[in-house]
Design a protein around this ligand. Structure first.
Ligand code: PHE
Length: 459
């Protein structure tokens, strides 16, 4: 290990603190904004079934590997993988898995903060009554008005990154843990109230039919690839977040059990978000397959008409903001831990320096929605490119390298040592999934995209 690398970080104070933080990382915009519209586009129940198979068949095995790697290395992702590779007499080049994490998280947070800013803006507009004028014919224009308002979304981007930096600067126990132990119960309470309300005033029967009766005609290879990508994104995999959080897990905590709890809670929240959104969508005759605008364009139309809808809408966007914040913290942590270790900078300075750099990259996304919306290349705007690169290339690539390293390059006894609470059968099953099934599935993403033009008829 390089001499410049500082001693390891503090640990989580308890297993609960770790589980809360990891669920906080996993539950985010992915569950409440992305999952419902992807399910809406992908044939409802059909998408849900495919998604569930990927979460538990691919996501959980990779999460266990990532947690194990983090805890064994007990450092920031790049240094953790480098250290473990060294212990296993493997090439230090494997640390690329950690670098993909730190750099990918940097890129994701840059746009995540901007989208989180939209939700905060909608929260204020809902509570203050400005959303009351929304109707099917003007809601999209309203959304465009928000995103095209450069100074407005810049202001929210500053506020959101500011809060994220402030939490991470306070450290694992003083910052991350405190924030999640307050925020997660609030998040669950708001979500459950919204679900109850929505099933009561909305069309519950149609929702259950939609989510439980799979419509396989909407499913093609692209849906399958999207479900796998969504499973990775939603579980916070391959972007250093889970590895960084794994580094602070005390030795006696079962990583496999934790991974199932985290994945179960994450999936539960995604489905509850569907139960909060679709009854309203069906009740008001709106389109479930409305795409990324479902939460910002479609749903507010219903909030504007429902009894008490503006308050419910405000609570909904607050929920989304809280979910985004606990994920954003985990996206900043890998970089901050690395700066602390490798550059010998204090945590406060690392959080500010790292956070401000991410904020500056985020300006590319802020501008993608207004002044620079015509500046497009490759996949589209700067935002589209960062989103595509992270979601479709870096995450599957990172997951693949983690699966290959832990599955094929670490000695069996080292891995078993981290996963000592697993039964022999469970361990063997996990290893088979990690060695064969996960790499094959992740390679499918690349093959799918390489032949996208051929398969889906576009570039
Ligand atoms: N899992 C988060 C979500 O669903 C996003 C995220 C991805 C957070 C990767 C950390 C790391 O919104």
């Amino acid at each position: 290990m390089a001499d410049s690398v500082k001693a390891p970080h503090e640990n989580w104070s308890s297993r609960t603190a770790f589980i809360f933080a990891a669920i906080g990382s996993a539950v985010g915009l992915g569950n409440i904004w992305k999952f419902p519209f992807e399910a809406g586009e992908g044939g409802g129940g059909a998408f849900v079934l495919i998604y569930l198979a990927f979460v538990f068949g691919i996501g959980v095995p990779v999460m266990i590997a990532e947690l194990a790697l983090g805890r064994r290395g007990h450092m920031s992702p790049p240094n953790a993988v480098k250290k473990v590779a060294q212990q296993e007499s493997r090439s230090p080049l494997w640390s690329v898995a950690g670098w993909i994490g730190v750099i990918g998280a940097f890129m994701v947070l840059s746009f995540y903060s901007v989208i989180a800013g939209f939700t905060l803006s909608y929260m204020v507009d809902s509570f203050s009554g400005s959303l009351s004028s929304l109707r099917p014919d003007n809601s999209e224009a309203y959304f465009n008005g928000v995103t095209q308002n450069f100074s407005l979304i810049l202001a929210w981007h500053i506020i959101f990154m500011g809060i994220t930096i402030a939490v991470v600067a306070r450290g694992i126990r003083g910052g991350l843990e405190k924030a999640v132990t307050w925020l997660m119960p609030v998040l669950f309470a708001i979500l459950l109230l919204l679900v109850a309300y929505s099933l009561y005033v909305g069309d519950a029967a149609e929702t259950f039919r939609f989510l439980l009766e799979p419509d396989w005609t909407e499913v093609d290879l692209e849906t399958v690839i999207q479900a796998l990508g969504q499973a990775f994104f939603s579980l916070s995999l391959a972007l250093g977040a889970i590895m960084a959080y794994g580094a602070y897990v005390p030795k006696d905590v079962s990583l496999s059990r934790s991974a199932f709890i985290i994945a179960g809670a994450d999936t539960g929240v995604a489905i509850l978000a569907g139960l909060a959104i679709f009854p309203i969508v069906f009740q008001y005759g709106l389109e479930p397959g409305a795409g990324p605008g479902l939460v910002f364009i479609t749903l507010p139309i219903a909030f504007a008409q429902m009894p008490g809808g503006l308050f419910v809408g405000g609570a909904f966007f607050l929920l989304l903001g809280i979910a985004a914040l606990t994920s954003a913290i985990s996206l900043l942590e890998p970089l901050v831990a690395w700066l602390e270790e490798s550059k010998g900078i204090s945590r406060v300075q690392s959080a500010i320096g790292g956070g401000v750099s991410i904020f500056i990259l985020g300006m590319g996304t802020v501008l993608s929605f207004n002044h620079w919306s015509d500046f497009t290349f490759w996949r589209g705007t700067i935002f589209d490119n960062i989103d595509f690169l992270t979601n479709n290339i870096m995450m599957p690539m990172g997951g693949l390298i983690i699966a290959l390293f832990v599955g094929w390059r670490m000695r069996r006894i080292s891995v078993r040592d981290e996963l000592s609470t697993m039964s022999d059968f469970g361990f063997r099953l996990w290893l088979i999934m990690l060695r064969y099934v996960c790499p094959l599935a992740l390679m499918l993403i690349f093959v799918g995209y390489a032949f996208k033009g051929v398969l889906f008829g576009d570039g």
